[in-house]
Design a protein around this ligand. Structure first.
Ligand code: AHR
Length: 350
């Protein structure tokens, strides 16, 4: 009996000892800060300098599509100029419109210890899954600019770019208005580069609304965002049939190519055939002012300030930004008249 009593006392002393920590010191458990998670479920690789990171702590690996248009040139300048102004270190890569170049540059930036933010202007909507996963594994913040991709929002912090479907809607509404007195409404489409979200979504948006006034797309082909190729495409369309009342061109260069072909065919753009472009660059304005271009739906290239601001938020663990920040954009018409258009053009940066 006496032995059992002693044993139970010993057991309870041992139990208390561990509770009050006579045993080996427990390793302090750092307070568990929940990972910063965006509304899209993206786990933000918060930077070491958080929450007081500054632009001077930011090194951006920027993967541009190429230099296919006036819009693209303005977009590139926006990133280079704003980086200088903000004191951001910018590693700029021009992929010359080849997706394989984009993927290998993305991999390089993933391996580059100095890079903490990767910004992608995607040529295509697919093909980036591996490098997105590698970026996550390597703690790189990923931001999409200009073009969306078909990837889960868990793979990037945010997308800053245009609502291309709405641009398609606006284009259809503008052509409906231009063709309101025309018995026939045959439209030919010069689309952007195959695979680009800008081309896919503009085409989709236009088709969603073209029925509102009974427009039909009678011919469609890519002009790859350029003047010479689009001129050849339009010349081929006119050879096929001159029963065309309007052109839906996915950017200003394609619209200008179409205008050149229409004039070479002895027809008058803005009278025999209405031409609509997208971007509203300075070149587009020139043709609006001359009346050869009837409408131009804006696509805003000056995205760098928003992108760098978002990147800094991410570095500081701010998860409040939505997964998509659509750009603010307008539209312009030759009917506004040369003087008004010249006045507007004078205020624009691209
Ligand atoms: O993604 C935007 C598009 O890309 C512009 O409309 C076009 O000019 C550029 O190539």
């Amino acid at each position: 009996m006496k032995f059992a009593k002693i044993l139970s006392v010993l057991v309870s002393v041992a139990f208390v000892a561990t509770m009050v920590g006579c045993g080996p010191a427990a390793t302090p458990v750092p307070p568990t800060t929940a990972p910063a998670l965006t509304s899209g479920g993206y786990v933000i690789p918060v930077a070491k300098c958080a929450p007081n990171c500054k632009y001077s702590d930011m090194t951006v690996g920027f993967i541009q599509t190429g230099s296919e248009s006036g819009w693209r040139a303005a977009n590139t300048s926006s990133f280079k100029e704003t980086a200088t102004q903000q004191g951001v270190t910018l590693k700029f890569y021009d992929a010359q419109n080849k997706i394989e170049n984009q993927v290998s540059a993305f991999h390089q930036f993933n391996q580059d210890p100095s890079v903490n933010v990767i910004v992608l202007a995607a040529l295509d909507v697919t093909g980036y899954d591996d490098v997105l996963a590698e970026a996550k594994a390597n703690g790189k913040i990923v931001i999409l600019e200009d073009r969306r991709i078909d990837a889960a929002p868990t793979t990037y912090y945010t997308y800053i770019g245009s609502d291309f479907i709405t641009e398609g809607h606006k284009s259809a509404a503008a052509l409906c208005d231009l063709l309101k007195n025309s018995a026939k409404k045959n439209v030919v489409e010069i689309s952007g580069a195959v695979g680009a979200s800008a081309a896919i979504d503009r085409a989709k948006g236009f088709r969603e609304k073209m029925g509102d006034c009974g427009m039909t797309i009678t011919q469609s082909q890519t002009g790859n965002w350029g003047v010479p190729e689009s001129k050849a495409v339009m010349a081929a369309f006119l050879k096929q049939s001159t029963d065309i009342q309007a052109v839906f061109a996915h950017n200003d260069e394609e619209a200008i190519g179409a205008i050149q072909a229409i004039e070479e065919a002895g027809l008058t753009p803005g009278k025999d055939i209405f031409v609509l472009g997208l971007d509203a660059t300075a070149d587009g304005f020139k043709y609006l002012i001359s009346g050869e271009l009837s409408a131009d739906v804006e696509c805003n290239p000056l995205l760098a300030p928003q992108v760098y601001e978002a990147a800094l938020k991410a570095m500081n663990g701010d998860a409040t930004l939505p997964t998509w920040v659509p750009s603010q954009e307008g539209q312009f018409f030759s009917a506004q008249g040369p003087d008004a258009l010249k006045a507007i053009l004078a205020t624009r940066k691209y």
